[in-house]
Write a protein that binds this ligand. Structure first.
Ligand SMILES: [Zn+2]
Length: 250
């Protein structure tokens, strides 16, 4: 058995209430990385999640590619959502337990647009440092993830304060006009959990190993999208059938 941490991006959707119900039935803790615009639209789901013990994180205001923003725009995206999260925690009557941030598309604003294995140019590195400094200044942190053993995470992503992921469930792909990596529907999402290392993010895990059976803990990424909400019971059920223990964040 190994530890898994469930992170849910793009919340709140109009289906967030169902997702909270489902997580509670399954007994799975989670962080919801929220988009500011969506929080404005569905504050009631955010407040309920806070009161029921879930963690709400910052996923920017309007979900842009940070590599395409000016530094000023990047600051606004982060700060505006940070302030709204503060207000929602206050309204819920709960102290904000931690500040966590995830970049839309994993795009750290460094010009690589989320392709984290591409070479980083000096200008991009500088932009990334400036944005990381802003996040640190606002109190954002990332856990040390001691059980996450992927080299690319510990030696690279883990040094920043934003949260990346180690396993993308890729359920988002089924609603794309051109699905990625052949993930067209639920069967491919589930098959992928038992496949050898899928050819997207891995770097350092041996090709022959089955991803979810590697010796590393996993930071798992799914999304709170109304279009894929109906897939979540099967996805969470399948994950619970693996050798994973879902851990809380606080
Ligand atoms: Zn997102």
């Amino acid at each position: 058995m190994k530890n898994a941490y469930l992170t849910i991006d793009d919340s709140p959707s109009e289906k967030m209430g169902d997702l909270i119900d489902l997580l509670q039935e399954c007994g799975i803790p989670a962080v919801f990385f929220c988009i500011g615009q969506n929080l404005e639209r569905y504050p009631q789901f955010a407040i309920r999640a806070i009161r029921e013990g879930f963690v709400l994180g910052n996923h920017s205001w309007s979900h842009p590619h940070f590599s395409k923003l000016s530094i000023e725009q990047a600051f606004t995206e982060i700060q505006r959502t940070d302030e709204l999260l503060d207000a929602l925690y206050q309204e819920a009557g709960v102290a904000r337990p931690m500040k966590c941030f995830r970049f839309p598309y994993g795009d750290k604003g460094d010009g690589r647009k989320g392709h984290i294995f591409k070479a980083l140019k000096p200008k991009g590195a500088l932009r990334s440092q400036i944005i990381q400094t802003l996040l640190r200044g606002l109190g954002y942190t990332q856990p040390t993830w001691e059980g996450v053993r992927y080299n690319y995470y510990q030696q690279n992503l883990g040094k920043d304060v934003d949260w990346h992921w180690t396993y993308d469930v890729m359920e988002w792909s089924v609603m794309q006009r051109r699905p990625s990596l052949g993930v067209r529907a639920l069967p491919q999402v589930l098959e992928r959990m038992d496949s050898a290392v899928p050819p997207d993010l891995r770097g350092d895990v041996e090709e022959s190993s089955i991803w979810l059976q590697s010796p590393s803990d996993e930071i798992i990424l799914v999304h709170d999208h109304k279009e894929t909400a109906h897939l979540m019971p099967a996805i969470l059920n399948a994950l619970q059938g693996k050798e994973l223990v879902f851990q809380a964040f606080q």
